[in-house]
Write a new protein. Structure first.
Length: 108
């Protein structure tokens, strides 16, 4: 009912054997064609997480040796299901399908 928002992120950081680990669990905006908004939401979540020391001017993902992002990122393929299946069935090289993947595109 959208009375209480259910989108956001949670951050867990710990050190183990002189290595630091960050885990981000997120639930991002749903819907087709909203990939850039999802990326903006993740950026806002990362910038909104306060680091351990107020003097640290870096985002938390820059402070750890290992970063893991998981959860419901709601990334989509830029085609309908049937259009995408047709492309998979006729593709000689599955690497050509990366152009339709919002998550693959968002990595850069």
């Amino acid at each position: 009912m959208n009375i209480i928002g259910n989108k956001g992120a949670l951050w867990l950081k710990f050190n183990l054997y002189n290595r630091s680990f960050n885990f981000f669990n997120c639930h991002l905006l749903a819907g087709t064609g909203k990939g850039s908004q999802r990326c903006d939401m993740m950026g806002t979540a990362l910038k909104g997480i306060s680091c351990a020391e107020p003097s640290e001017k870096f985002e938390p993902d820059a402070l750890a040796d290992y970063n893991f992002i998981m959860g419901d990122m709601n990334m989509r393929y830029k085609n309908t299901y049937s259009e995408f299946i047709d492309k998979v069935e006729t593709a000689n090289d599955l690497n050509n399908l990366k152009q339709y993947d919002e998550l693959y595109e968002a990595r850069y």
